[in-house]
Design a protein around this ligand. Structure first.
Ligand code: HEC
Length: 204
């Protein structure tokens, strides 16, 4: 269903086979992964977001335990462009909007080590019209890009859009546990996305 990016495959392989011992079975033990690392994915907006989001408007005080994002504790931040839409519940968000979701590993029911940063960026009309022109990204705790893409078929981040589509009424934003003015969305019977597992794999 999803085309797995090479980097993700490497991460999966590392998890499955470990680093040294399963060298033969592990595609990361061979050169292509090293080459991949050299020309790894970049995403200017997402990488900048990672550096500055703490100065943005934080829209929840208490962390939300997010089953859909690797069962991590999360906090959401809005950039300036996003504030008026998000806080007033006036959708769609304007282009230039960025929502950053900070995460912490669940350590015994409390936020522990820093996890990945999940990002939604509203791009210009026409970027991905079928999915409201959102761009998705994950930044690793060390600031490198784990994933970056649209909601289009074949994109590594198609599954983000696939689930966020349930929140179409709020322009793809759920806003659970935040002060954003949203129509609450029950995921309920939403298709079981491999999102949780993939997040884990992508951000080892
Ligand atoms: C299976 C469903 C699902 C998938 C897959 C998913 N999300 Fe989410 N996302 C949610 C839900 C539900 C919330 C609301 C807060 C929470 O519970 O984490 C959310 C919240 C967010 C937010 C904060 C804005 C909001 O909607 O409240 C961002 C940013 C975000 N997700 C990014 C991503 C990215 C990037 C991906 C893909 C790498 C992704 N999400 C995949 C369900 C999903």
């Amino acid at each position: 269903m999803f085309r797995r990016s090479f980097a993700v495959s490497c991460a999966v392989a590392l998890l499955l086979f470990g680093d040294g011992t399963g060298a033969r079975a592990n595609p990361c033990a061979t050169n292509p992964c090293a080459a991949k690392r050299a020309d790894r994915v970049t995403d200017k907006v997402a990488e900048t977001t990672w550096k500055v989001y703490r100065g943005w408007r934080k829209v929840n005080d208490k962390p939300v335990l997010s089953a859909t994002h690797g069962n991590r504790f999360v906090f959401t931040y809005l950039n300036k462009k996003a504030e008026s839409s998000g806080l007033a519940g006036k959708f769609p968000f304007p282009d230039g909007t960025v929502l950053a979701k900070e995460s912490f590993e669940n350590e015994g029911g409390k936020p522990g080590a820093k996890g990945p940063l999940f990002i939604m960026e509203k791009r210009k009309k026409g970027y991905d019209p079928a999915n409201n022109d959102w761009h998705y990204a994950i930044i690793n705790p060390d600031g490198t890009v784990a994933m970056s893409g649209s909601g289009k078929a074949g994109s590594s981040t198609q599954f983000c859009a696939g689930c966020h589509l349930s929140a179409k009424v709020n322009d793809y934003v759920f806003g659970n546990g935040t002060i954003m003015k949203v129509t609450p969305i029950k995921l309920g019977e939403a298709p079981k996305q491999p999102g949780t597992a993939r997040h884990r794999f992508a951000v080892k």
